[in-house]
Design a protein around this ligand. Structure first.
Ligand SMILES: CC(C)(COP(=O)(O)OP(=O)(O)OC[C@H]1O[C@@H](n2cnc3c(N)ncnc32)[C@H](O)[C@@H]1OP(=O)(O)O)[C@@H](O)C(=O)NCCC(=O)NCCS
Length: 175
């Protein structure tokens, strides 16, 4: 499986496929309740859960679909600061854009920078017709990121007993 398209450099960031060594940093990021509050995937979870998500889910997605959530690295220091990227959702048959950052890196436009790079790759390289973003309505920061990226609100769905807002963005014409 060729994964070259998952290596992306932006102004301040490197996006790359996840590796096993990301498990500890990812676990530490998720320990922070400010980070895990609105993620909709169980909040703070044990290290084994993070390891399974990276090794089975994310690396599995790369093999199955040729893309999946990417690690976000702060270029200046080389440190893991979170993830961003696309994920195929089998139940909805949609491709979801997600992002999560260590708290110290919030408020600097980093999620927008990373997510924008993932979207460009998805539309231009993978030729995806459309991408969605799913967010808990109270997660105003994430809603704002989706809006800045040009996503439009579509509808609400129920997932695991929670109301989730679905936003969508179509591939740009001639893009
Ligand atoms: C969501 C997250 C990735 C955003 O990262 P970030 O790098 O701080 O985002 P950006 O700086 O690119 O953009 C944030 C925007 O939200 C705005 N914002 C921040 N807090 C806000 C609030 N309470 N209400 C409304 N807007 C808010 C910021 O002002 C900014 O918009 P602006 O550029 O117009 O000023 C980060 O907060 C995070 O990791 N949260 C926990 C995980 C999570 O919730 N992920 C998304 C699940 S759907």
């Amino acid at each position: 499986m060729h994964l070259e398209h998952l290596y992306i450099e932006t102004e301040r960031l490197i996006l790359r496929p996840h590796i096993l060594e990301d498990v500890q940093a990812s676990y530490e990021m998720n320990l922070d309740v400010r980070v895990s509050r609105y993620t909709g995937d169980g909040g703070v979870v044990p290290r084994e859960t993070i390891e399974r998500r990276i090794v089975e889910d994310v690396l599995g997605d790369y093999q199955k679909y040729g893309y999946g959530r990417q690690a976000v690295v702060w270029k200046a220091t080389g440190q893991f600061i979170g993830f961003a990227g696309l994920k195929y959702l089998e139940d909805l048959q949609e491709i979801d854009l997600g992002y999560r950052l260590c708290y110290d890196f919030w408020g600097k436009g980093i999620a927008t920078e990373a997510a924008n790079a993932c979207l460009e790759m998805g539309f231009n390289h993978l030729k995806l017709p459309r991408v969605i973003g799913m967010v808990l309505p109270e997660n105003k920061t994430s809603v704002r990121v989706l809006e800045k990226l040009g996503f439009l609100f579509e509808n609400c769905i129920e997932e695991d007993g929670m109301t989730v807002e679905v936003y969508g963005k179509q591939a740009p014409q001639n893009g």
